[in-house]
Each structure stands twice: as C-alpha cells, then as structure tokens.
Write a protein that binds this ligand. Structure first.
Ligand code: BTN
Length: 326
C-alpha cells in the first residue's frame, strides 16, 4: 500500500488483517487523531470496522450503498461510474445529473440516491423511489441522431437484464422499449432524457430505477398488481451494488458498440428476451394508437407491428398486450 492512500483503501488492502493506527496515519498522511475521526466517520456511513488494542483496525464489512468508493470497488467499466455522486435524498437523480452535465461533468458521471422525493417515470408519470431501491442516472454524450435514441434505451434494457441475471440470478424479460418484467410484473424502468441540436442527441441523461428491497406490502395496492422487486422475487433481501456494477460494465460495452454501428448483439438479446415480440399488442405513441402483432425490432430499435393494413414502425410508445398480460 502506497503512502497517500486513504484510510478506507488501506483497510481494504489489509484484507482480514489488522492495521495499526500508526500505520494508517503513516499511509494516509493524517494524524492519529484524524485517523480515528475518519474511522468514526466511516462507521457512521455503515462500514463495519473492528478496533483491537495493540492490533489496530480491521474492515469487517462495507455498506451496500452506492457511495463513490463502493461503486468503483471491483468495477470493470472504465468510463461509466468513474465519477460518482451519491445523495441520501434527492428530488430526481435525472434532475441532478442534468445540472452536472450542464456544468460540463465528464461523460459516464453517475448520480445515485438512496431515495427520490419526486422520481420521474416515462410519459410524465411518477416513479416511487423509497430507500432500499437502486435509483441512478448516467450522463451520456452519444452524438447519435435523435431518431437512434430508441436503440440506446433498448441497449440499456439489455444491459440491465444481464445485470439482474448476473448479480441476482433472476431472469427478466424486456417489455419494449425499456421496462424489465419478472413474472409479468415490472421490476425496473429506464427514462432517457435527451437534449440536442440539429437532430443530434448531444446529451442524454439515462435514468434507471430498479426495485430491489421493497417488500410486496411496501407497494401501494395499485402498484402491487403491476410491480415487483428482487426481494419479492427471491424471498430475501438482495444487494444493490452488484446489480449497479454489472449494469455499468455491460452498458459501457454495448454503448461503445452502438457508437461504432454495431448493434446486432443488442437487437438479438432484446429479441431473445422480449416480452413483446410475437404478441398481439396495442401501442400508444404520440397520441396515436396502433394494434397488431409485434413482428420485430428494426436496427434503430423501432418496433414493427403487422396488421391487415400492413406494417407500422414505432420509435417509442407504451405497449399493452392484448392477451391480458402486462
Ligand atoms: C419508467 O419506467 O417509467 C422509467 C422509470 C425511471 C426511474 C429512474 S429512477 C432514477 C432516475 N431518476 C428519475 O427521476 N427517474 C429515473
């Protein structure tokens, strides 16, 4: 461990071993009193730290909270999530991310919150975001045509599906364009808010909400019918950080592919795990209603419906299955 490391990194590097207060002071460049203060501060944030006379300190556990240090720990993405802002309570992480983006924060900056008091869903809906869920936004500067934004959100849904499977072993389906469903109930949603010039998406705030630790009874009666959480599916609490890190890694890879016009993986995975394709659906888009069989996704992520009148291409919209399912 190099001198200049912070106290948490020094404790981590020691693994199961103890590190003396003196050594921590030496490594961090702090006084012994400042090291002690730092230990107390870490404990107040949920870190479990043992203290033993003559031996020093040992890290026994880290919180499952998207603090910058925790998001970065073991993260294989190299751009997404390198800059992290964690807020205990916020109106909407999309709102904060938008402000940071306007101030010129780097691409891949992540804003995560414990709870949102005015969480936003698609189509102006409210997104209920109590403590224990995973609520975050990512700042992107994709330089895509605004008409290709659909593909970006489909890619995010594919990455999130992979993350939920890898981190929690739960198989979700993708309801076009970007909801994740488990057993027909919504477990996650994505809200991409773009701003651009001359038909080009200069900046996108990609907001992701995953229901992780709500119990079934925590959902309002109205939501209970339509929503679920990892905890409700697994029958036990689920950690959030592995889902977040897995998403960041997968999405970074898929996002780079989209920029190079390589979207086959996204389209193939979105189709293979679709809750929409092959079903008879009604889609409401821009005040119009389309009905038909969901045939395929076009290369830009648009949904193609087939009916007696031919085919209709829909860039984004709200899908309702006509067989009574979600
Ligand atoms: C939807 O399915 O309607 C989209 C839901 C998106 C919710 C997330 S939570 C983090 C980010 N901040 C928000 O206000 N909304 C998104």
């Amino acid at each position: 461990m190099k001198v200049g490391a912070d106290v948490l990194a020094a404790l981590r590097a020691a693994g199961d071993g103890f590190v003396s207060g003196e050594r921590l002071a030496e490594l961090s460049g702090l006084t012994r009193a400042a090291v002690w203060k730092k230990i107390e501060e870490l404990r107040s944030r949920g870190y479990l730290i043992d203290a033993r006379t003559h031996l020093g300190y040992r890290l026994r556990g880290a919180p499952d909270t998207p603090y910058p240090e925790e998001v970065r720990e073991g993260l294989s993405a190299s751009v997404f999530g390198r800059e992290v802002f964690y807020l205990p309570s916020v109106t909407s992480t999309n709102e904060v991310a938008k402000k940071l983006a306007a101030e010129g924060c780097p691409e891949g900056t992540l804003v995560a919150a414990e709870e949102q008091t005015a969480g936003r869903g698609r189509l102006g809906r409210r997104w209920v975001s109590p403590p224990g869920g995973l609520w975050f936004s990512l700042v992107l500067r994709p330089g895509l045509a605004l008409t290709d934004l659909g593909l970006l959100t489909v890619a995010a849904a594919v990455a999130l599906r992979r993350a939920v499977q890898a981190a929690a072993g739960v198989q979700a389906e993708i309801k076009w364009p970007n909801d994740l469903l488990v057993n027909g109930r919504k477990i996650a949603g994505i809200l991409a808010e773009a701003s651009g010039e001359l038909g080009c998406a200069v900046q996108v705030i990609l907001g992701v909400g995953v229901n992780i630790n709500q119990r079934t009874e925590d959902f309002s009666e109205e939501l209970r019918e339509r929503a679920t959480s990892l905890r409700a599916v697994l029958g036990r609490p689920a950690p959030r950080l592995p889902v977040l890190r897995a998403f960041l890694s997968s999405f970074e890879e898929l996002y780079a592919g989209i920029g190079r016009n390589r979207c086959e993986t996204v389209l193939a995975e979105a189709a293979a795990h679709s809750a929409t394709l092959g079903r008879r659906v009604r889609v409401t888009a821009g005040g119009r209603v389309f009905e038909g069989l969901a045939l395929r996704l076009d290369p830009d992520g648009a949904l193609v419906l087939g009916n007696d009148e031919g085919e209709a291409r829909i860039l984004t919209g709200e899908v309702e299955r006509l067989d009574g399912q979600a």
